[in-house]
Design a protein around this ligand. Structure first.
Ligand code: PHE
Length: 361
């Protein structure tokens, strides 16, 4: 190849380098010129078959082209890389002055039942109660028999029970109809003195404006050596005042009957209805909110406690009822319909955690 042909090749290559528009295009040019089978490399390979007197000057000329091309490639590569970085930065630019998008903490809501359960836990924890739990699927023994409701007892008909099929052991599990079986579990697992509450789901085959097949209760149980009705009344009064956040409540203890307590009472709370609003602690209307009583000796015997030494009280409150009363939701079925518009209206902000110091609601 003559010197002028070499110059033409060099000019041509420099031209393609100059017109490469991106890094991958430039890499193609490099391979085509300096790669193993590139045009400049091919010229180098010819050196071996040349007469020695030509070899030196030819070699120098080709090498000069090679150096010029390498330098041009490197310069262009740097320019293209800078341009690529600039384009990337421009494409990913963030406008930090835009308002922050609302995240789940602002959008999400806590269900009133969860909120009220937290409120109740806070109140009873302050009175020294700890939390106990039991499963939704209970044994017949825990849900009925140990609570002084033997098979064939008419009280079994009061609860519209969801029964499971008979197990291999002949036992028929149930969806617990109340949280009272947690009393049994607690007394079987721990020795007195006991002071527990047990919030949870319960099930009865029932459905209308104030009943759903699944609802929530909170059970309370105190067992000690000198527990009496006065303690029960005090606990319930303190609880109502704290829960409804009023200095005084009117409560009415009505004689009632539960197989697992003796004596048994139902408790009504006094309220006034002003327009659509319910005011607790005023007026002369009554609303039933809970059942309670002194634990029946037969229940203590069922868990092997000496009823001469120990006695105590128990109560069961409907959590959904309390939520409806306190937060004015009229239809219980809406609680479990999963309607986001309802939850947006009646729900609570995730960070408004109820505390006695900060306020419950
Ligand atoms: N378990 C009863 C019910 O569901 C309520 C209750 C609990 C009554 C504890 C007395 C004592 O109706």
């Amino acid at each position: 190849m003559s010197a002028s042909e070499l110059d033409t090749l060099k000019a041509e290559l420099l031209e393609t380098i100059a017109s490469a528009s991106d890094l991958s295009g430039l890499e193609e040019v490099r391979v085509g010129a300096l790669g193993k089978k590139g045009r400049v490399s091919a010229l180098m390979q010819r050196l071996g078959s040349m007469p020695p007197e030509e070899r030196k000057s030819y070699g120098q000329a080709v090498n000069a082209v090679k150096v010029a091309i390498s330098e041009a490639l490197e310069a262009k590569r740097a320019t293209l890389a800078r341009a690529a970085t600039a384009a990337k930065l421009a494409g990913e630019r963030v406008d930090v002055t835009l308002p922050v998008r609302e995240g789940p903490l602002a959008e999400g809501r806590i269900h009133p039942v969860s909120q009220v359960t937290e409120e109740l836990t806070e109140i009873f924890a302050d009175m020294g109660f700890s939390i106990a739990e039991g499963p939704d699927i209970e044994t017949d023994f825990n849900n009925f028999t140990a609570l002084n409701i033997p098979p064939e007892h008419p009280a079994r008909q009061d609860h519209d029970t969801f029964y499971f099929g008979e197990g291999a052991d002949g036992d028929r599990p149930v969806l617990r109809t109340h949280t009272s079986p947690v009393q049994i579990r607690t007394m079987l697992a721990h020795k007195p003195p006991l002071r527990i509450i047990a919030p949870g789901r319960v099930y009865r085959c029932d459905s209308d404006q104030t009943h759903t097949p699944m609802f929530h209760q909170i059970e309370g149980l105190v067992i000690d050596e000198e527990t009496h009705l006065g303690h029960l009344k005090w606990v319930l009064e303190e609880f109502c005042k704290a829960f409804f956040e009023v200095p005084e409540v009117k409560m009415r203890f009505r004689a009632s009957h539960f197989p697992f307590t003796e004596p048994s009472m139902e408790v009504d709370i006094g309220y006034a209805k002003v327009g659509d609003e319910i005011r607790i602690g005023e007026g002369d209307q009554w609303l039933e909110i809970l059942g309670c009583g002194m634990v029946h000796p037969n229940v203590l015997h069922a868990v092997d406690l000496d009823s001469k030494k120990y006695q105590g009280f128990a109560f069961g409150v409907g959590i959904d009822r309390l939520a409806m009363l306190k937060y004015g939701a009229p239809d219980l079925r809406a609680f479990f319909a999963g309607d986001l518009r309802w939850l947006k209206h009646y729900g609570f902000l995730p960070l408004s955690v109820p505390t006695l110091a900060g306020g419950l609601s």
